[in-house]
Structures are given as structure tokens and as C-alpha cells.
Design a protein around this ligand. Structure first.
Ligand code: AQP
Length: 333
């Protein structure tokens, strides 16, 4: 069986529909016939300087949302990144194999640093993709289910893996591949349908958070930006807003886009939005009830995460030992 690894940052109270459709639904589907490892990457969240109490709360909330989406700890390993110190240790080793220029070319860093300014940007934000490479390489990962925005980071991870193997021996680490599902690889902002839906969006109106009040969600869908035509047709270049709504509708209902186009022939944008709002609310209502159930029992949730960390560490520690050894560090005993 091939090995899957992926994670999300606890940088918001709620995941959004982009996180869910781009990544989380793939995680759930893949855990059936792969060895799956899913992580709440709290060390990554430190790059944006969160309040300590808020970070702690969001870490549990993120784990609860994984569980509510269907990540099953009986079949997958579910844990918190900082509980497995090997992540930070391997990140240091990899940072010494990463070119400064190579890291400087990461577009996500450039975008976020441009927003935060030189003094607001941490060195951690710069080395973020190296920590992400460590997350993945520690587990001998074959496939990494992510959205389109992570493609460049995955390429860096592959380059680092190949570099380690050519410098220190061909089986030092496994070279992973991205698993990006084209249809839902990029969900767009409802108000700005050419920009990705993002936790750090300036306005919340284009965002659908999984834990939002369903009434607010329905309103945001009804006010989504579309175009001046009337036809409901999937065409990302000419009709990005309508195409995004069709993508979300299709992914949540299981009806393919061509069938939806036929179903809405002769109908207006208002009909599409009204029906989609219903589909989204019908998905969110039981989802939120499940999240609340997990959050009502934090000690059971912590026990699941502690068990996951033990299992993850068993897999991570031999990889780290091997890399230490190959790099020439003196054995500890
Ligand atoms: N809009 C999206 N469409 C499809 N997939 C998406 N992902 C994020 N946005 C979309 C995927 O969700 C996972 C979250 O990873 P992350 O926690 O590292 O967050 P991120 O990629 O930086 O994106 P966010 O959640 O919107 O946060 P910010 O505001 O920081 O950009 C990844 O698999 C990602 O591809």
C-alpha cells in the first residue's frame, strides 16, 4: 500500500470550502486503500504569530473538523505536528540542503511577505516550505493530496528529496508526488472569482467557512459575483463566477457539471444560487453538529491525537536516524 501524508494549518477558527473540497475530501477518499497520515500543522501556524490561547483552541478545532469530515483514526493516523519533534529536527537538516535563491522563488512566500512587510515577515515564513518538505519526507510519503496552491511547495519537496538521494545514497528518502484533483484543485473567492478562496482573504464575503452560520453562508452564495449574461455554462475564462458555483455544486452533490448545465437550461442565476445555498447548508448543518460533538469532549479528542502522535513517531524516528547518519552526524550511542 502506498503512503499518504497531508496537513492543514490551524490558522483560523474554521476551515473553508476550498480546504474541504481541494484537500479534505481527498484525504477521506484515500484512507480506504492507502496508509494515510493526517496532521494539524501547528508549527506552521507559528509563522504568522498567533495568540497562544487561540492557537491551542484552533488546533483542537482543526482536528475536530478532520474527524467530522470523515478522517477515521482507526484507519488513518491523526496527530498534531508539534507532538512529533522529528518534524522540526528534519527541517533543520533540510534547510542546510536548500538554496537561498531556491527558497526565495516560492510565490506564496513572496505574496505573503509583500503583504506583511519586511519587519512583519518572519524567517519562519521564509523556511515554511522546508518544514513542509520535512513533514512529508519523514514518513516515506508516496502521495500528498493538496490543492493547486501547494504545487510549487511539492516541487521543492521533490527537488530536496532527489538532492538528498543523489548526495547521500539513493534510498535516503522517498520522492513523493502531489495528488491534485483537477476539478476541485482551486475553489475561488465568491466575490473575486479569479482569486483562490483563502483563510486570509481581506473580506469575509467571498469565503464559505465550514463553521459559519448557515444563514450567513446562504446569503454569501446568493450575493456571489457572476457576470452580465444569463446562461448557466461552465467556462472558467468567460464566466469564472458561475463556473466556481457549478464546481462547488457538483462536488457537494455528486452531480457532474454537464448534468447541472442541462438541469439549469433556461433558468436564471438566482435559481442556481438558491439551490446551491440549499445544497451547502444541507452539508454544513450535520457537519457542524459533528464538530460540536467532538469539541464537547476535549479529553477524548486529545486521546485520539496522543495515540496518533505515538504511531506517527514510530514511523518518523527511523527516517530521521537514517538522515542523521547519512549526513555524517555522530551516532548518539
Ligand atoms: N481555494 C482553495 N481551493 C482548493 N484547495 C485549497 N486549499 C487551500 N485553499 C484552497 C488547500 O487546503 C489545504 C490547506 O492548507 P493550509 O492550511 O496550508 O492553507 P493554505 O494552502 O495556505 O490556504 P488557506 O487555507 O486559504 O490559507 P491562506 O490564507 O494562508 O492562503 C492545502 O492542501 C491547500 O492546497
Amino acid at each position: 500500500r502506498s503512503r499518504i501524508f497531508s496537513g492543514m494549518q490551524p490558522t483560523s477558527d474554521s476551515l473553508h470550502l476550498g480546504n474541504y473540497l481541494g484537500a479534505l475530501t481527498q484525504w477521506v477518499a484515500l484512507q480506504d486503500d492507502h496508509d494515510a497520515i493526517y496532521c494539524v500543522v501547528d508549527l506552521h501556524a507559528l509563522t504568522v504569530g498567533p495568540d497562544p490561547a487561540v492557537l491551542r483552541e484552533r488546533t483542537r478545532r482543526t482536528a475536530a473538523q478532520y474527524l467530522a469530515a470523515g478522517v477515521d483514526p482507526a484507519r488513518s493516523i491523526l496527530f498534531v505536528q508539534s507532538h512529533v519533534p522529528e518534524h522540526a529536527e528534519l527541517a533543520w537538516l533540510l534547510s542546510c540542503q536548500t538554496g537561498y535563491g531556491e527558497a526565495s522563488r516560492m510565490t506564496q512566500f513572496k505574496d505573503k511577505a509583500a503583504k506583511q512587510g519586511t519587519d512583519g515577515t518572519t524567517v519562519g515564513l521564509f523556511t515554511y516550505p522546508v518544514l513542509m518538505a520535512a513533514d512529508i519526507l519523514l514518513y516515506g510519503t508516496d502521495l500528498v493530496p493538496v490543492g493547486e496552491d501547494q504545487r510549487q511547495h511539492l516541487e521543492l519537496t521533490r527537488d530536496l528529496a532527489q538532492r538528498l538521494n543523489s548526495r547521500f545514497g539513493k534510498d535516503t528518502v522517498v520522492v513523493p508526488e502531489a495528488h491534485i484533483v483537477k476539478a476541485t484543485a482551486k475553489i475561488y473567492d465568491l466575490q473575486e472569482p479569479t482569486a483562490k478562496m483563502s483563510k486570509s482573504a481581506e473580506s469575509p464575503n467571498g469565503l464559505i467557512e465550514l463553521l459559519d452560520d448557515p444563514k450567513v453562508v446562504a446569503k454569501r452564495i446568493r450575493s456571489a459575483v457572476t457576470d452580465t449574461e444569463r446562461e448557466i455554462r461552465f467556462d472558467t475564462a468567460a464566466k469564472p463566477g458561475i463556473s466556481n458555483l457549478l464546481t462547488i455544486y457538483s462536488a457537494l452533490s455528486g452531480t457532474d457539471v454537464a448534468t447541472l448545465e442541462r438541469q439549469y437550461e433556461g433558468k436564471g442565476y438566482g435559481d442556481l444560487k438558491k439551490d446551491l445555498a440549499e445544497v451547502v447548508v444541507d452539508f454544513l448543518t450535520p457537519f457542524q453538529a459533528r464538530v460540536n460533538g467532538y469539541l464537547a469532549d476535549p479529553s477524548s479528542l486529545d486521546a485520539v491525537l496522543a495515540d496518533g502522535a505515538d504511531r506517527a513517531r514510530e514511523l518518523a524516528s527511523p527516517t530521521l536516524d537514517r538522515v542523521y547518519d547519512r549526513l555524517g552526524l555522530l551516532p548518539r550511542r
